[in-house]
Design a protein around this ligand. Sequence first.
Ligand SMILES: Cc1cc2nc3c(=O)[nH]c(=O)nc-3n(C[C@H](O)[C@H](O)[C@H](O)COP(=O)(O)OP(=O)(O)OC[C@H]3O[C@@H](n4cnc5c(N)ncnc54)[C@H](O)[C@@H]3O)c2cc1C
Length: 398
Amino acid sequence: MKHRIIVLGAGYTGAVAAGRLARRLHADDVRITLVNAEPDFVERVRLHQVAAGQDLKPRPLAEMFAGTGVEVRLAKVTAVDADRRSVAVVDTDGNAELEYDTLVYALGSRSDDHGVPGVAEHAYEVASRPGALRLRERLARLDAGSAVAVVGGGLTGIEAATEFAEARPDLKIALVARGGLGDWVSPKGRSHLRKVFKGLGIAVHEHADVAEVGADAVATAGGEAIPAQVTVWTTGFTVHPIARASGVEVTASGQIVVDGSMASVSHPDVYAVGDAAYAMGSTGEPLRMSCASGTPMAWQAADAIAARLTDGRLPHAPLRYFNQCISLGRKEGLIQYVTADDTARAASLRGRTAAVYKELVCKGAAWGVANPLFGMPVRRRSIRAARTEADSTVEAHA
Ligand SMILES: Cc1cc2nc3c(=O)[nH]c(=O)nc-3n(C[C@H](O)[C@H](O)[C@H](O)COP(=O)(O)OP(=O)(O)OC[C@H]3O[C@@H](n4cnc5c(N)ncnc54)[C@H](O)[C@@H]3O)c2cc1C
């Protein structure tokens, strides 16, 4: 019987892992099933662009994986039972149960409201495609002069505020940040951010903690009311509760705890990658939720599974950071070079060149997902062949 590998989630990391597994393992030996709720691969790093009114290239998963040996299954995952090695899904035919020998969990994350009152009722988000489309529709209906508050001064908030301000100069855009604007980037990077924000007319409320979101304003803990006909909530991501309920070991926030090969520390036949996984980088620090670290996590998991099944050597993917690529609208950008553990170096790339660089990074990431069999020599070692080889070696030594 073929070894059954199920990959849950066809975002950046699940799709990359499935493609790499198909490249590494022989189709006679394994059956690889990629389960995703939506029929398309969604370029999540561009969802602020979607909200600003831009259209993305459709990327149907069925086309991307045609001829790769990966079976794409359109279904929503509702539960995982790690002890019974089964996944519950629901699709157009109803409920079904899928059994696996090896699981790759890559269901990503979603917007985190942090329990702040009013977020669920009044705020919009850009962490999911449906959320970005809802916001797009709302922004399109906003009259000139209306106020939009983007809450969250991280990468997503900065990218969203600049994108909206560039696309809709008639709106009053504000960024509300708990810290200072870009206070983790280099001094030159920070002053570039300030210059671009000023040029785009974005009001910046720094060191402001939002305590409540209302229908037409956000209230800060300091007692300030910032007008907002639309509030966009970008304060971070949280993982789906499916992981916690599956029986695998998770962190307090629900991420699956994995070892250096991306295998669950409690269930070695479960691998987790991307936002859903709690993994250490090469410097011993936890990796943050990002494509930048999620993609090498996917390589690592696929290589580890292939090595385990074929008794092969386990390569080590570079689980470290090189730069933070920040779009500031379509014409401006900031590439902040960082150390392996994500700390800003003095050097950065700014301006139009940085915007082009970021665009190439996004295109490259999507291209890598859309061309699963490209990019490395075929090394489909047969599980059977490897086992037979191993057996004959044992016999020869007997
Ligand atoms: C606006 C925005 C900009 C960003 N910019 C950057 C950036 O510049 N650089 C960077 O490194 N990172 C960036 N990120 C973060 C990055 O997008 C995530 O870290 C990355 O997408 C994580 O990959 P993943 O495969 O873990 O999850 P995802 O890419 O989210 O994929 C998860 C997949 O699982 C599917 N899924 C979820 N639940 C279910 C279910 N129950 N059943 C079936 N399928 C399901 C989803 O449909 C999706 O296909 C950005 C994020 C956002 C929102």
